[in-house]
Design a protein around this ligand. Structure first.
Ligand SMILES: Nc1ncnc2c1ncn2[C@@H]1O[C@H](COP(=O)(O)OP(=O)(O)O)[C@@H](O)[C@H]1O
Ligand SMILES: O=P(O)(O)OC[C@H](O)CO
Length: 496
């Protein structure tokens, strides 16, 4: 009998594989970073072969560490950096261009044109998304328009498109399965979230041939089996979700009004809005949280492009710290931010500002400023941005958040989590299993293969590691936040 589920978590900076047991506990983990490609300021790409080879190798390593063979594994769940667009030749599986990463501003001019035409309103109504270079649709259009010969082949169905989930499944099944799930589809700017289909009006406007698009399936079902060669025998692929949706599932946010925030490269807050696709009037996205047996659950999302990546910049760019974990000690060399605000608009700003042309800024510098203040301002910027999206979420949903569930690589930072609770005025709950993204995709795969019973079993397994209660006075909280809003103002439209 199968004892485990294997989760493949293909993130922006690393590929991870985690083996979970029936209690939802981690049995083994393997992780590999892979190269980031920055062709020009504001552009970010990955080599799809790096994505594939790192992901396959960590999957094999995680199974080996667990001492597991293919028959020990009930299923594989796939979760992925979302929106990142890949196109490849059907016959050979060979990518026709680099993966254009979600962060890349490459298609900002295409988005400007769509907005000038007024098509942004159609896009918002049909997809729940704003017209921004973040999403896959304009990236696919760019590849079709700029890589020679691709458009003709795509029209004949000889070049296929997929997000990272689709590409990995194509490779794992040796070209037998071309699918995605509703959560990933809802991030493409090509999918009608109300009708549950690729949207012909949008496909026509962007000139994207339907023949190149994957089948859109629920987030939990058996899509196919891995080629026996990879893991010594076939394993069912039975769960797919974009990483932020998978984390929302892994955090057991099953009731309307429950929300989680993930602190990785960027931060993404999702609030469950049930069977209703709530339209945002405050700069958030309406997205699909998951689809189980054709029942769609929606969410409001606040997507923040840079949070943990600003800590990486302190490490790699400024060389102020040796490892990301050192930021906490450096920030604690000072008592407060000393009036410093850092706006990490390195690739523009996402929710709720949606300004591709904003750029990073450090404000309030004096002769007394130390690297400690800058480190503190970096951590605080993660929390202020989260407050920006939480305010929008409360305004859109009418729900007063009782607690925020947190996860992601930076959530281990207690100083950060305490400041987050202080600046929101809401308790912050960190769960025992911090790998909620991988866990969520494991649950989706395990539910499809009867390894787990359903969401109620997931909710029963969720447990708190630590709660951070707000301790700051309201006056102090509002004063600090006012300073942030002023700093953001200064960074907007910088490149225009
Ligand atoms: N102790 C820490 N304090 C603040 N940020 C941290 C800490 N540890 C890691 N990070 C940041 O968290 C991010 C890694 O988180 P992870 O969830 O693995 O990201 P992703 O899935 O986006 O690649 C990095 O950007 C890193 O700088
Ligand atoms: O890879 P992560 O964890 O930074 O997540 C990226 C998001 O899915 C982008 O929308």
């Amino acid at each position: 009998m199968a004892k485990y589920v294997l989760a493949l978590d293909q993130g922006t900076t690393s590929s991870r594989a985690i083996v979970f047991d029936h209690d939802g506990a981690i049995v083994s983990v393997a992780q590999q970073e892979f190269p980031q490609i920055y062709p020009a300021p504001g552009l970010v790409e990955h080599n799809p072969e790096d994505i594939w080879s790192s992901q396959l190798s960590v999957a094999q390593e995680a199974l080996k560490k667990a001492g597991a063979s293919s028959t020990d594994v009930a299923a594989i769940g796939i979760t992925n950096q979302r929106e990142t667009a890949i196109a490849w030749e059907k016959a050979t599986g060979k990518p026709v261009f680099n993966a254009i990463v979600w962060q890349s501003r490459l298609t900002a001019p295409i988005c400007d044109e769509l907005k000038t035409k007024g098509f942004d309103k159609e896009l918002r109504a049909r997809t729940g998304l704003v017209t921004d270079a973040y999403f896959s649709g304009t990236k696919v259009k760019w590849i079709l328009d700029n890589v020679e010969g691709v458009r003709e082949k795509a029209e004949r169905g000889e070049v296929l498109f997929g997000n990272v989930d689709t590409f990995l499944i194509w490779r794992l099944t040796r070209g037998r399965v071309h699918v995605t799930d509703a959560t990933n589809a809802s991030r493409t700017l090509l999918y009608n979230i109300h009708e549950g289909e690729w949207d012909d009006v949008i496909l026509k406007e962007l000139g994207v041939p339907r023949a190149m698009l994957p089948d859109v399936r629920p987030s939990s079902e058996v899509y196919g089996e891995t080629d026996p060669e990879f893991f010594g025998g076939p394993i069912k692929i039975a769960g797919i979700a974009g990483d932020q949706q998978a984390a929302t599932f892994g955090q057991a946010c099953f009731e309307i009004g429950m929300a989680k925030n993930t602190y990785g490269t960027g931060s993404f807050m999702l609030m469950n809005t049930g069977s209703e696709a709530v339209e945002s009037k405050n700069g958030l996205l309406t997205t699909i949280a998951w689809r189980l047996q054709n029942q769609t659950t929606y969410a409001l999302e606040g997507s923040i492009f840079i949070t943990g990546a600003a800590v990486q910049w302190l490490r790699d760019g400024l060389k102020a710290i040796e490892s990301s974990g050192d930021v906490e000690g450096l920030a604690n060399t000072v008592e407060d931010n000393g009036g410093i605000y850092l706006v990490p608009a390195f690739v523009g700003l996402g929710a709720p500002y949606w300004d591709s042309y904003a750029r990073g800024a450090i404000l309030g510098l004096t002769r007394g400023t130390t690297m400690g203040h800058i480190a503190r301002a970096t951590l605080e910027s993660m929390c202020y941005q989260t407050r920006d999206v939480l305010e929008a979420m409360v305004a859109d949903s009418g729900v007063d958040l009782k607690a925020l569930r947190v996860d992601g690589g930076a959530a281990v930072n207690n100083t950060l989590m305490q400041f987050q609770a202080d600046i929101l005025g809401v308790p912050v709950q960190r769960p025992k299993v911090a790998e909620t993204t991988a866990l969520g995709s494991a649950y989706l795969a395990g539910i499809a293969t009867n390894f787990w019973g359903g969401p109620q079993e997931v909710a029963a397994q969720w447990a708190i590691d630590q709660t951070f209660e707000p301790r700051m006075s309201k006056d102090q909280r509002e004063k600090l936040y006012k300073g942030w809003k002023k700093a953001v103002e200064r960074s907007l439209h910088w490149e225009q």
